[in-house]
Design a protein around this ligand. Structure first.
Ligand code: PGA
Length: 257
């Protein structure tokens, strides 16, 4: 187990979103090399979720010892007539060990609701992938004092029965903090993560006590250490700052022992 809060081994995951052509494979290789150079000093799992087009090549080139790989979304079904979609089984086959589900960009751009996210998390479990389930309030919801209610509702609606510490990770990402350079105060992060932990424990008992809860939204090298030291923050989901190996590794080093 790593050093993160509560003895839960943290996870630092980079979400490349719709960024990256073949030339970007070099960034993943640079992350891998840097991790090798750090010789086990990082007390966290490290993961990249590249676009699906790069997943297989990236996983093949890097191996999964130091660096793990994830998809950014999956269909709820294993196969079938769903043009353009990708199943959890396909992601697993391509070298992923996890898949992000319910990212706010999917919820906004594709109208995904909690029930869809739950179905996708179930699909991840069926395929043997860890589901990284994203939740978080909008700016309006925060300003009108609804943050805790929204987060509790999304959590209740998006997590399938059978979720365990091994097969499920929660990513709390305030929508207004994603890609904006804005972050909640550390106290605000602590309040939400504490609520999530209590909800997880109430529903999943000991598994819920050990489920990793990531913070996401404008995590950068200069704020990572402070955010990662908040109680019940067990790692980060990182968008923009994960695209360059040097920035991503600087964030990962928040967990250097
Ligand atoms: P950001 O994105 O780090 O660019 O704010 C986070 C995310 O969407 O996962």
């Amino acid at each position: 187990m790593g050093k993160g809060t509560e003895g839960v081994r943290p996870l630092v995951a980079g979400n490349w979103k719709m960024n990256g052509l073949k030339a970007a494979l070099g960034e993943a290789a640079a992350v891998q090399e840097a991790l090798a150079g750090l010789q086990g000093a990082i007390a966290a799992d490290v993961m990249i979720a590249p676009p699906a087009t790069l997943l297989m090549a990236m996983a093949h080139a890097s191996g999964a010892e130091l660096l793990q790989f994830a998809g950014q979304d999956c269909h709820a079904k294993a196969s079938g007539a769903h043009t353009g979609d990708i199943s959890a089984e396909m992601l697993k086959d391509a070298g992923a060990s996890a898949v992000i589900v319910g990212h706010s960009e999917r919820r906004t751009d594709h109208g995904e609701r909690d029930a869809d996210v739950l179905a996708k998390a179930l699909a991840a479990h069926r395929a043997g992938l860890c589901a990284i389930v994203c939740i978080g309030e909008t700016r309006n919801e925060r300003e009108s004092g609804q943050t805790l209610a929204i987060v509790a509702r999304q959590l209740a609606g998006s997590l399938p029965p059978g979720a365990t510490a091994a097969n499920t990770v929660i990513a709390y990402e305030p929508v207004w903090a994603i890609g904006t350079g804005l972050t909640p105060t550390l106290d605000d992060v602590a309040e939400v993560h504490d609520l999530i932990r209590r909800d997880l424990e109430a529903r999943f008992g000991g598994e819920g006590a050990r489920m990793r809860i990531l913070y996401g939204g404008s995590v950068k090298p200069d704020n990572a250490k402070a955010l990662m030291s908040v109680p019940h923050v067990n790692g980060a989901l990182i968008g923009g700052a994960s695209l360059k190996a040097s920035d991503f590794i600087a964030i990962v080093r928040a967990y250097e022992g």
